[in-house]
Design a protein around this ligand. Structure first.
Ligand SMILES: [Zn+2]
Length: 269
């Protein structure tokens, strides 16, 4: 039996949130994958969704197709980014979905108002951010590593969402699995530098050395910007063998966060 390739979670703090509090809210779906359920060989075993990490193209394509199928989406409706540890957040739309599948936007964040278009982010220690405004019908997927987080990509994401019609009071953000502060050891100068840019991220590791808790810093920044709905999936990529971790073992694969607004036809109850 093939394990279910997609883990979904229903409670606050992780995975899927069936967002919405009335007012004709749009349904938003979020999923976070694990290593299980794919076809890639070691060290990408097995559900590697990242291209350009050394895995075979065929395996990545098969895994991406499997993810789309599991999510009930046409494969061409999933938009992936060419992530470059920058701060660009790009709006994408329905008419370009096929082009985007062939030519991915070079960005670390993507935003859409298009129902049925799924936005994917790939990580293996960096923070995947999945954000949605169910009232305005705006979603975003963002790759926030140390550099992007310190350079303000969370605020760039909010700005791009507001430009697409989102209201800060309705935005809900999930900070997905990432390397935690107890495991993410960095030089003291780096920790201090990031703390200045992203207050609340400096911490100590389990070894008593300088560390960074990027999700703590991102959560504080988002809340300071007025976002009340910030949830954190507490899983640590470094210690959880179900997830890919670049720091634990490179080369390795990438798992994904995916967010979309289902079309009526795709709705299940
Ligand atoms: Zn950890």
């Amino acid at each position: 039996m093939t394990p279910e390739p997609v883990s979904t979670h229903g409670s606050a703090g992780s995975g899927v949130s069936a967002s919405g509090g009335g007012r004709g809210a749009r349904r938003i779906r979020r999923i976070v994958t694990t290593r299980r359920g794919g076809v890639s060989a070691a060290p990408y075993d097995s559900f590697n969704l990242g291209g350009g990490v050394g895995d075979s193209r065929q395996a990545v394509a098969a895994n991406r197709a499997r993810l789309a199928r599991a999510a009930g989406l046409p494969a061409a409706s999933v938009v992936w980014m060419r992530q470059v540890h920058g701060t660009a957040v790009t709006a994408v739309g329905a008419t370009t979905a096929d082009e985007l599948a062939a030519d991915q936007p070079e960005a670390d964040g993507i935003v859409t108002v298009t129902t049925g278009l799924a936005l994917g982010v790939l990580v293996a220690d960096c923070v995947p951010m999945l954000a949605g405004d169910p009232v305005a019908g705006v979603i975003a997927a963002v790759h926030a590593g140390r550099r992007g987080a310190a350079a303000g990509i969370a605020l760039r994401m909010l700005t791009a969402m507001f430009e697409s019609g989102a209201g800060v009071e309705d935005v809900e953000v999930l900070l997905g699995p990432a390397i935690c502060g107890r495991c993410y050891e960095v030089p003291v100068e780096m920790r201090d530098e990031v703390e200045v840019a992203l207050p609340g991220s400096a911490c100590r590791t389990d070894r008593g050395t300088p560390g960074l808790d990027l999700r703590a810093g991102l959560a504080r920044q988002l809340r300071s910007a007025g976002v009340a709905g910030v949830a954190i999936d507490p899983r640590c990529t470094f210690t959880d063998p179900e997830l890919f971790s670049h720091r634990r073992a490179a080369p390795t694969g990438r798992f994904a966060g995916l967010i979309w607004m289902p079309t009526d036809a795709a709705r299940t109850t």
